[in-house]
Ligand binder design. Sequence first.
Ligand code: UGA
Length: 495
Amino acid sequence: MPKPVNICVVGSGYVGLVASVCFAEIGHSVICVDNDQSKVKLLQDGGVPIYENHLPELLQKHLSVGVHFTSDLHAAVEQSEAIFIAVGTPQGSSGSADLSYVEAVVCEIAQCVDSYKVLVEKSTVPVYTNEWISQCMIRYGVTRHLFDVVSNPEFLREGTAIIDFLHPDRIVVGANNERSAELLRRIYEPLTNGHYYAADGALPGSLTADNPAKLLVTSAQSAELIKHASNAFLALKISFINAVATLAETVDGDIEDIAAGMGLDSRIGTKFLRAGLGYGGSCFPKDVAAFSWVAQQQGLNFQILEEVRKINENQQDVFFNKVRSALWTLRGKKLAALGLAFKGGTDDIRESPAIVILRKLMEAGCTIVAYDPVAMDKTKAVLPPSTSMHYASDPYAAAADADALLILTDWTNFGCLDLARLKETLRFPVVVDGRNLYKPSYMLEHGFTYASMGRATTHTGSIGKEGKRRLPGSIRIETLVEGLEAQTDTARQEA
Ligand code: UGA
């Protein structure tokens, strides 16, 4: 193993915390700093503030040995060679990233620097932030030879962040000189020379001692752009497949077959071609807006990003209309909602399509009974229990006597429900699936009316004969139902 590096990580959010325990896991000595004293206390006591696979076991393994938590930034900076800045960069006005937390941390760091340090941008930041950090350090009186600024973007997905860190597709280091690049190479050496993968107790993943991680060194500006461009491209892939899904439905195509057929082309690949409710979370919506803003600042019109955003937002309306089509009218309907998190495997509800859709359904007069394996506590803070919002202890309790079941998050368990039990439990056997977890033919066999994304709705029961009910050509059942509901609403108002 190479000589351990003393590392300070500022911010114990999802990026900072994962980075801290993973740096400890590959042999470094880490101090993680946060100004939220209650969070620091929780971490010092062995608590885990976020739901993330492998995090509890790694925290337990390294707590007070390889990783320490503190609110004392001054002491942490003094003891460290590399200082990773992993504080939030929320969306500000006009789509730009709000860098005030980054600036505040840099100002504080500047007041504690008395020997050479490498400041590393880990937060997602717009191009030229490295330059601003340098300017800020100089303004606060630090001489230029006492620091360098490096960009080292993270590509971690929530839910699989630990494995993504330890088995990365690539490590990107944006450094404008060799001295700082060398320190980052040393930090990641256990992953790039494969020693970590050969060690006892290493977490298994896609990389091995013979096939270790790759590290790419670029300029700081290029590294900053790599991060934004990667997230924007993945968002574009999702919006593209969602737009194709909408088209597929109008011609009785099946988006799952279409995505499989496209994905088999190795130049396209199968990943991020899952049609659904659109992307959510704390990254894609914010980063698409921030990247668009970066382009505008350079006098460029990156129009495609605006289309990506619009298609994404439209997916929620597409789903809402499907629910309405399945139920005719919405006022007074009781709906079981499976999933609240923005994707399966996490308790994060930030920018979750599920929350947006539930709000719209409640505004339309529905009562919701929701279930999510881990995101209910967080959701209760934004959608408190009320006469129209209830929480259940499992999917079947949520489904009890509901007019329809909605699938809003792609939790694996939601794809293997006991359909006979579900049918017994629901008031009507109607499932509207925003994540395509079932095959329409299978749901039809089990007696469900089943609507999903980018595939024809299959119907059972008394309305028409069983099977697909897509009307050929121009008239769509959604349009018919919307028209009928509008008539009903007008009649109600007139009455
Ligand atoms: C994303 C990126 O995947 C990470 O590489 C990046 O580091 C991270 O943002 C970040 O910038 O911090 P994450 O937000 O955790 O990670 O989630 P993803 O797994 O990428 O999913 C994002 C959204 O896209 C979810 O709402 C998911 O349901 C949706 N999605 C994903 C689809 O609708 N279809 C797909 O095929 C894939």
